[in-house]
Design a protein around this ligand. Structure first.
Ligand SMILES: [Mn+2]
Length: 321
């Protein structure tokens, strides 16, 4: 199937790369790495984003190929020869870019989520890959290219973020083999690690405090819930990305099997992140709310209130632990 994707790329001149909405390190790193390689082989390539690149990834190479997609702005709505969805478990993760994806002459979906709905004409879903970055690495090699230092940095960021710094259960021997190839291109591992894992904004530190204040444990400490209201986040003047990773504080508490972070958005909707440690399949719970993800990390968004979401979710989780 990867050869089919290579064939699609060879046949296409204009290519749109579409990472998922609220793009994370894997989605962005994979997209920018592929953009650099495709541009180098003479393709006209754009990485179309729903939002600005988060601060933590703002100096990644290849960002010059990215731009904010605006549905009603004509310059973005041309018909591409090929549209590639990267790290997107379902079509909804393309958000406002779905039409652009569907109107492209060819489209393909490259992903590693177990809940992937195979929404494209061409689907390459490898759930054994720890990150879409691993798939893109294979694709680049399959294209006969060798990742240079810039491409290697993007892919390394993709893989290290989706594996939590090679600590999560999705990390395999292949993950390390690919990482070894990437590091040998001259990546400063300590610098990348500090940038993507350790450095925090003051706003995030305040948000961590608020999240810890909201922490509640249930079922003899096997379930940990944290919630952040939009009012609180407004008061603390935090950015959306500041809540990234906060759920791990709850997940890491000794005895906790499942952790949930409920975040109320400005729209009033509630975005829920779920994590488990060893046996609860949180992707199945997320799927029951039309969300998705992996066994140990998943999420969904709901129009219910914060309180309703909490009660309903808690009832579901009690049945799982
Ligand atoms: Mn991913």
């Amino acid at each position: 199937m990867l050869d089919v994707i290579v064939d699609l790329i060879n046949k296409s001149e204009t290519i749109a790369i579409l990472p998922h909405v609220s793009a994370d390190g894997d989605a962005l790193g994979s997209s920018l790495a592929l953009a650099i390689v495709l541009s180098g082989s003479g393709k006209k390539v754009k990485v179309l984003l729903e939002e600005e690149i988060p601060q933590v990834y703002s100096d990644l190479p290849g960002r010059e190929f990215s731009c904010l997609y605006r549905k009603n702005d004509e310059q973005y709505n041309k018909k591409y020869d090929l549209a590639l969805a990267l790290d997107c478990g379902d079509a909804a993760r393309l958000a406002s870019r779905i039409e652009l994806f569907n109107t492209a002459t060819r489209n393909a979906n490259l992903d590693h989520h177990t809940t992937n709905t195979e929404f494209a004409v061409n689907n390459y879903v490898d759930t054994s890959s720890a990150a879409t970055g691993e798939i893109i690495y294979d694709l680049i090699v399959r294209m006969g290219a060798k990742p240079d230092k810039d491409v290697a940095l993007c892919l390394y960021v993709a893989i290290t973020t989706d594996t939590g710094g090679f600590r999560y259960s999705n990390t395999t021997a292949d993950t390390h083999r690919i990482a070894a190839e990437l590091v040998s291109e001259g990546i400063d591992v300590a610098k990348v690690s500090r940038r993507v894992f350790d450095r925090v904004s003051y706003g995030k530190v305040k948000l961590i405090g608020a999240a810890i204040n909201s922490l509640e444990l249930f079922e003899e400490g096997k379930i940990a819930l944290m919630s952040l209201s939009s009012e609180l986040m407004k008061k603390l003047e935090t950015k959306d990305e500041d809540s990234d990773g906060i759920i791990n504080i709850a997940r890491n508490i000794s005895g906790v099997e499942v952790a949930a972070l409920l975040k109320q958005l400005d729209s009033g909707e509630v975005k829920v992140n779920l994590r488990s440690n060893s046996y609860v399949d949180v992707s199945a719970i997320a799927a029951s709310y039309s969300g998705g993800g992996h066994e140990r990390a998943a999420g969904f968004t709901t129009t219910a209130t914060l309180e309703q979401t909490k009660n309903e979710l808690l009832a579901d989780l009690v049945g799982e632990v």
